[in-house]
Design a protein around this ligand. Structure first.
Ligand code: GLU
Length: 415
């Protein structure tokens, strides 16, 4: 894979949107920089009795539309620029679905797969001790992301509540339901993505019961496999991958069995009756829908020309580089960009914050209906902008998001 600086990619996207929107110099300058960033080191007691030092980040990219919002990643390749890019994308994501939140992101450079549960708990609590003065229900609200989960959020919320000495469940989202989490949050990112695929199939006349492939089989990828069948009434999942490799089954996987296999063995590899293929082969398969659900820059100029999918639904953040966007658009591939396709998670996080504030919880059906209406509206708003401005869908989504954030900055008198 070529190496890209994701924050350069994110900035290039802002500049293109700013040009289309004719934004003035000061507003553009404000939007290409994080408003606040915090870098720190953490000391964590490991199981062998030794102390290990970890590098941590929390970035509040923009809070003109509301408190900063976004996940925390635990990943060995984390840098300040990956977090800047992810925090930046959260800003447009919350704006595209029109929820009253800004954008932020956090991360720790660590290898969670080699750490015990106790070490992960120590690290999560230490992270909160470092960022406690910055976060809060009305300031900045973290959530899980790559290699963090509701258990991580429960530890973090508990540490925060201990520090501030009060009950503050809304300080973290995607918590377990027993400690203030909402129904419908666990599959919300995938559900939002599949809803946008449903709308795209209707619009383009693509068969929703056709073939699909998923790159990355973490939480979003697994849930997308199950929900694709459920919400689109069929579909054949012919290839999946995770960090250990990719597998192919032309007559289709039983998605439930595949998820069970992944949960049991920790990988999709070794699933009975499947053939091993290369990572790039999966992306280039002849499918109706391709879900990139892993990390940044998976689709670049070196493979974009070989993508045969009719619809690419980006459940990952930043999976496509700007050069690849142009190639996909020229080849008629319909990209549902990350800031729209993966916005279901943060949308239900917002629902969770509202419920925590009122201490009054909705049933799952209500969450699903409200999520569907938010994502369906956002999909069509972006599609109207594609037609109106004659731009590819990512640029259209950026135009919608950036315009809303720029307007909020102006109304506040910042620019
Ligand atoms: N980490 C998720 C994302 O990238 C969810 C963020 C949130 O719920 O705050 O969209």
């Amino acid at each position: 894979m070529e190496s890209y600086n994701s924050f350069n990619v994110a900035r290039q996207q802002i500049l293109e949107a700013a040009r289309i929107l004719n934004l003035d110099e000061a507003t553009t300058q404000l939007l290409v920089e994080p408003q606040r960033e915090y870098n720190f080191s953490m000391h964590v007691k490991m199981d062998n009795g030794k102390t290990k030092i970890f590098k941590g980040y929390r970035i509040q990219y923009n809070y003109a539309r509301g408190p900063a919002k976004g996940g925390i990643r635990f990943h060995p390749d984390e840098t300040v620029d990956t977090i800047r890019a992810l925090a930046c994308w959260m800003t447009w994501k919350t704006a595209v679905v029109d929820i009253p939140l800004g954008g932020g992101k956090g991360g720790v450079c660590c290898d969670p797969k080699s750490m015990s549960l106790r070490e992960l708990e120590n690290l999560s609590r230490e992270y909160i001790r470092a960022v406690a003065p910055l976060i809060g229900v009305d300031k900045d609200i973290p959530a899980p992301d790559v290699y963090t989960n509701p258990q991580t959020m429960a530890w973090m919320m508990d540490e925060y509540e201990t520090i501030v000495n009060s009950h503050q469940p809304g300080v973290m989202t995607d918590k377990p339901t027993q400690v203030g989490g909402t129904e419908g949050r666990r599959d919300a990112t995938a559900r939002g993505g599949v809803i946008t695929v449903r709308e795209a199939c209707r619009l383009l006349g693509v068969n929703p019961k056709g073939k699909f492939a998923i790159q990355g089989f973490g939480n979003a990828g697994q849930r997308a496999a199950l929900l694709h069948h459920e919400l689109l009434g069929g579909g054949k999942l012919i290839a999946v991958s995770d960090s250990r490799g990719a597998i192919f089954k032309p007559d289709g996987f039983d998605s439930k069995e595949l998820v069970m296999h992944k949960l049991k063995t920790g990988s999709v590899m070794g699933f009975t009756g499947a053939k091993e293929i290369k990572h790039d082969e999966l992306l280039e398969l002849d499918v109706d829908v391709l879900y990139p659900a892993a990390l940044e820059n998976a689709i670049s100029k070196s493979n974009a020309g070989n993508i045969k999918a009719r619809i690419v639904c980006e459940l990952a953040n930043g999976p496509t580089t700007p050069e690849a966007d142009l190639i996909l658009s020229a080849n008629g591939v319909h990209v549902i960009p990350d800031i729209l396709a993966s916005a279901g998670g943060v949308t239900v996080s917002y629902f969770e914050m509202v419920q925590d504030k009122y201490s009054f919880f909705w049933d799952e059906k209500t969450v699903h209906e409200r999520l569907d209406s938010k994502l369906t509206n956002a999909y069509h708003r972006v599609h109207e902008t594609v037609k109106e401005k004659k731009v590819h869908p990512r640029l259209a989504a950026m135009v919608v998001g950036v315009a809303r954030v720029a307007e909020a900055c102006k109304l506040r008198g910042w620019v």
